[in-house]
Ligand binder design. Structure first.
Ligand code: ATP
Ligand code: MN
Ligand code: MN
Length: 311
């Protein structure tokens, strides 16, 4: 649009002022590129803000009430990235600041959709919440099994691993939900209904993974060592600790392509699943008509009973 300035000269601006306000939150430099190529076109800061507005209500119940880290890319993906867990000076008041035992500095927390737009405003592309119960950092609210394939592992093997974790958890009385990570692997997420402290929850997650690795040591391992991983899937149970995080469902990733961590139905977790299909451009329409995770909160089960069954 062309606008006449006070000096009579005409300037061209690609985004009208009104277009840079999303849910009442002003996005400065809305045209700043964040991803060079998302489904054939660059994606800008305003695109991230609109993406957050589109999926924010879906995301919120999974992040609300828990501290969250953010990954910021002030110069876009490919530039320097900043991993940030604490509130900083000048941060929008739409973003909650919460104090947590053991740390004097307040943590960042997203309790309302406008906070997610404020995150986009500071080029915070990724949101990584703690996995505690809301407003209760000491106890496990969900378990996250993070399948990390080493180079050479096919995605079909990752899918098989996710399904096996689901089956093992089901035998222990727990329900689980799968999402892409927007990266190489998959996450299997298990909602919990009780208040088991993190130390016990971590022991449980480790033991489930240890047994799976013991039954197929050629396919899985639970040791961190990068060298030992070759050709196998690292069952990363380490997300299951008090201050550990996992990327939120529907969070975008600071990776090429503008991929998103996409919640799936188990019927979608099969050969042909292509995580690169899920981007900040495609996901708003896809999630609007998806039934993925719709029974997530109703499926929460007590971890105590599962720990007893595991023996
Ligand atoms: P991928 O499928 O490519 O593995 P991912 O999100 O699972 O994607 P991981 O490296 O396996 O990536 O990390 C799992 C989670 O652990 C992340 O989502 C993040 O929340 C947390 N995490 C990983 N690395 C770090 C780090 N250096 N500092 C803080 N948290 C991290
Ligand atoms: Mn991973
Ligand atoms: Mn990992």
């Amino acid at each position: 649009k062309a606008a006449a300035k006070a000096d009579g000269k005409v300037s061209t601006v690609s985004t009208a002022k009104a277009d840079s306000i999303v849910l009442g939150v002003t996005i400065s430099k809305p045209d700043k590129p964040l991803w060079p190529d998302v489904d054939g076109a660059p994606a800008r800061k305003i695109d991230l803000a609109r993406y957050m507005a589109a999926v924010g209500e879906w995301m919120l119940p999974h992040i609300k009430g828990r501290p969250a880290s953010i990954i910021r890319v002030p110069d876009g993906v490919g530039g320097e990235t900043f991993f940030q867990r604490h509130a900083m000076r000048g941060m929008s008041s739409l973003i909650e600041q919460v104090s947590v035992r053991g740390d004097r500095q307040p943590y960042i927390q997203f309790d309302r959709i406008e906070a997610l737009i404020a995150a986009a405003q500071i080029a915070a592309v990724e949101i990584h919440p703690w996995n505690c119960q809301p407003n209760n950092p000491e106890v496990a609210g969900r378990l996250v099994f993070d399948l990390d394939p080493a180079p050479g592992v096919t995605f079909e093997d990752v899918i098989a691993g996710a399904r096996e974790i689901r089956d093992r958890l089901e035998e222990l009385g727990l329900a689980s939900f799968c999402k892409t990570t927007g990266g190489k692997g998959l996450h299997v997420v298990t909602p919990l209904s009780d208040k088991v402290p993190w130390d016990a929850a971590k022991v449980f997650a480790r033991e489930v993974c240890a047994r799976m690795a013991a039954d197929a040591p050629d396919r899985y391992l639970i040791t961190m060592s990068k060298k030992a991983r070759e050709g196998r899937i690292f069952l990363d149970y380490l997300r299951n600790d008090r201050t550990s995080t996992a990327v939120a469902p529907l969070s975008a990733r600071a990776r090429p392509g503008g991929t998103v961590s996409m919640p799936l139905n188990w019927t979608q977790v099969k050969a042909g699943l292509d995580p690169t299909r899920y981007t900040i451009r495609t996901v708003p329409a896809l999630i609007a008509k998806s039934t993925a995770w719709e029974d997530y909160f109703d499926s929460a089960k007590p971890l105590k009973a599962a720990i007893k069954r595991l023996g």
